[in-house]
Design a binder for this molecule. Sequence first.
Ligand code: SF4
Ligand code: ZN
Length: 713
Amino acid sequence: MNLFETIYTGSNQALDAAEGLFKKAIDEKGKDAKVGFPETAYSLPIIYAATGQKIQTLGELEGAINVVKSLIDEQPRLEPALNAGLATAVAAEIIEAIKYTLEETPYQAPCSGHITDATIRSLGVPLVTGDIPGVAVVLGECPDSETAAKIIKDYQSKGLLTCLVGKVIDQAIEANVKMGLELRVLPLGYDVTSVIHIVSVAIRASLIFGGVEPGKLAEHMEYTAKRVPAFVNAFGPLSELVVSCGAGAIALGFPVITDQKVLEVPTLLLTQKDYDKVVATSLEARGIKIKVTEIPIPVGFAAAFEGERVRKDDLYAEFGGNKTECWELVTSKELSEIEDHKIEIIGPDIDEVDGEPKRLPLAIMVEVAGKNMQEDFEPVLERRIHYFMNYTEGVMHVGQRDTTWLRISKDTYASGFRLKHIGEVLYAKMMDEFDSVVDKCQVTIITDAEKVAEMKKANAEAKYTARDERLASLTDESVDTFYSCLLCQSFAPAHVCIVTPERLGLCGAVSWLDAKATKELDPSGPCQPIAKEGIEDEVKGIWSAVNEHVEEKSQGAVSRVTLYSLLEDPMTSCGCFECIAGIMPEANGIVIVNREFAATTPVGMTFGELASMTGGGVQTPGFMGHGRFFISSKKFISAEGGPQRIVWMPKELKDHVQDKLNETAKEMYGIDNFTDMICDETIATDPEEVLNFLTEKGHPALTMDSIMSSMEG
Ligand code: SF4
Ligand code: ZN
């Protein structure tokens, strides 16, 4: 059989399987049975993207099966062969969707099956920052477990998200590869068709971040090819079905690298029989470049270790966590005051104390100097300590400042990791990530209890207070420059975040100080200053300079943006927002829901459904993505009356913002304990019950001007 025949055979097999399962499901559940994946607003995302149709019932799948048939046109040419690959993808989605109709939970741990919209949104920032440089799909079976583990761990150490399909999952388990989304190794499922769950992620990226319209398949394919840095490794004997899946991957722009002999198609279908070279060949084929910093420590260092926990049983040494004092501080000094790369330990090291686990107080002091260093950047650098520590294999870091909690695992200790290695990590990363502001760096690590306490009083406390005061004094009025952030344009080409002291980026990860530091670090990079000029409306937050900047940076897609209005030219959304606000007309207010909350809100939609109303850099009056921190800002939708419009939030979010929001409400409206007036899911989600609660509490929104009239007006 030649390559084309193999592909068509595979596509027809997929079609037969889909038809067979479809008939079985109809017999068992009837035509009207619901079909769809959990926690997505896009129904069957691939079919939705391809046809514009949101399939809801089993009966409607008949049309999708016809789509599969129409895509198979058995001619010995590349284009129809790639279409047949897409047919296999659609057939696979039908099969996987029916699995969710026939069973409540068709996938069991460690396999993930379907991936939710919220998860995809949470991957937005790491993908745009290059923290996750790409997505590897490893399918099939390696010659042995060691080979599988070696390849997977190599991707993991480079920060890629690796999805596993088929027997390679068992090989990874056998070789003790640590798995889970937080470790960036995600087993999808054992059936070949489960690969569709990652294809679905790529397609939803196009819908969510790209704002590409459903039904425009060619544009979706262009988006995935251009913007989703994924590729496939197919190991072991290739069945016809696998080959036709591979054709589907290639159609979406994802190269396939296999250990089998195939008819190679340059840059798209490659053979690499040397397993030591598979990773390099794959990264090169997809054009993924990995930045490496060599750090002289005895354990691994990679972003993929970020989510790794050090649990009680693995615990060797512990600092902080309410048991001992533990704090960290970055300060700037004069160049002459710093001895570059000096790492000093004051007090006992972790192999010099008794007890199990070893418990010590700890102070981490990082001192930096550089011509372009500014005091304002100190907290920006300091917050990175959290990440640098977590990226270290077997080290866990929680909290910040004097709430820091640090754990070192037994394995990491046994590999030879000592306190000086903390210094090595911080030195290397500060010099590397902040190279344009840090010319010299020294690290002091103190475990001597007296000294830890003394230095805290002498150094840290005053710094923390001064920074808090600086942050509190930072208002939109007090600065003459705002910043734009364009990082997410790699996924949402027309999206521009405007970052002000009181409004952080919608992902929650970029504050005004971060943006300012980013501009200094990378002058022509993603954050650009906007002189705050040409005020048009102070309440709505309209500046002509902001409008001009947005128009230029969005390539003309958006020409007017208000900073403080939900209804008039609200800021656009890329898709990775922490929260979304939407109007609840009956309550004359708004509900806010965070990404982590999966249930339905009082407006009858879930986070995902609300979120799907906006994104891709489009303005959608009435819906707005934003960061958690923005909620308690005095500028939050001040055009519509400010935070007192908030009538409902999930409990967890409400608790999270409580202190700050209550403070704001007290100051702005003289209301005590405002959050007690805000409804949450533990009180009610039914609109009528929510209204009853608000009435009972005398919620201010009920007596405010109609929120809808400001929309019409
Ligand atoms: Fe993306 Fe906006 Fe966050 Fe920048 S600030 S990373 S553009 S969401
Ligand atoms: Zn984004």
